[in-house]
Design a protein around this ligand. Structure first.
Ligand code: ADP
Length: 298
């Protein structure tokens, strides 16, 4: 469990993190989302004690990160994939970390296998691709078999195979009862990986909810309408407040009215309808709607 309470981080006169409170629960993957500059990395650094909050508190497994005597065994974090000694082999990098916590070399080989780096374990990390670097960072995070795993943009640099592997790994870690917090800007990936979302903008909490609740709440769903009287039906719907975007003359998307209302209006207007298909908003639609105000750079 991660608990942030009224967390504030100020840089100069600017609040990068502004009164942020949230709880990340075990047993599920929680996605940590927000536009660039929203304060995600700053928050993650405060969780693992790399940055000191200006005010407020954040605890991991019940206490501040710094107060854990064997932090690697409580919290595994990947915050910066390039933070490795470039001259060391992957295995030696992990062995050096393991020795600080009395972790066995057997566990080092185990996590190398788990992240798919067993074959390149004796190659220097400096020559690794971004994707291999991410895998090494994830291996380091898992080294101490921690109950809490925090990964900042772990999908970056992974190929489609790697993306799927990571998705299964994260879900597996959550199923084992661990607390998993992952930041990402890839909404389509978060939609299939995370169950819960913490979304921030300009350092403030915008949503702390499940993926499906967010989509329902912010819901900007639309209806695909097919009609041989396309132009007339379009005009009619627009007059009733729909926002219409065209696909082709007899086929368009209408937002702002549900399928039943559209069908009733068409009937009353004597216009034929050949198809009405409600389309649920995607996580990306809901996210963009929610964060519209909070985007730092447009
Ligand atoms: P995110 O990870 O969501 O993109 P960050 O946490 O990196 O956002 O940054 C949040 C805000 O804090 C940004 O406006 C950023 O410029 C600022 N910031 C981050 N780190 C520092 C720092 N060390 N000094 C000054 N400003 C910083």
């Amino acid at each position: 469990m991660i608990e942030a309470h009224a967390l504030i981080k100020r840089y100069g006169d600017r609040r990068a993190v502004d009164e942020l409170s949230f709880i990340v629960k075990p047993g599920q993957v929680t996605g940590f989302l927000g536009p660039n500059g929203a304060g995600k990395s700053t928050t993650m650094r405060m969780i693992v004690g790399l940055d000191r909050p200006t005010a407020g508190t954040v605890t991991v497994a019940g206490r501040p990160y710094r107060e854990h005597t064997a932090p690697l065994c409580q919290v595994g974090a990947l915050l910066e994939a390039t933070a490795v000694h470039r001259g060391r082999t992957a295995r030696n990098h992990l062995l050096a970390l393991a020795q600080t916590h009395g972790i066995s070399s057997r566990r080092v080989d185990e996590v190398l296998g788990l992240v798919g780096l067993a074959d390149v374990a004796r190659r220097r990390a400096g020559g690794f691709s971004l994707g291999m670097g991410q895998r090494l960072g994830i291996a380091a995070a898992l080294l101490g078999d921690p109950a809490v795993v925090i990964l900042d943009e772990p999908v970056n640099g992974l190929d489609p195979d790697g993306v799927r592997w990571l998705r299964d790994l994260l879900k597996g870690l959550a199923t084992e009862g661990r607390t998993v917090l992952v930041s990402s800007h890839l909404m389509s990936e978060m939609a299939v990986t995370a169950e819960h979302l913490v979304i921030i903008g300009r350092g403030r909490l915008l949503a702390d909810t499940t993926v499906s609740d967010l989509i329902d709440r912010v819901g900007v769903g639309s209806v695909l309408v097919r009609s041989p009287n396309g132009a007339d039906l379009r005009d009619l719907l627009v007059r009733h407040g729909a926002e219409v975007t065209g696909v082709e003359p007899g086929l368009f998307q209408a937002a702002g009215l549900d399928a039943a209302t559209i069908g009733d209006l068409a009937l009353a207007g004597g216009l034929a309808v050949h198809e009405l298909t409600p389309r649920r908003a995607s996580l990306e639609d809901a996210y963009l709607e929610l964060t519209r105000e909070a985007v730092e750079y447009r």
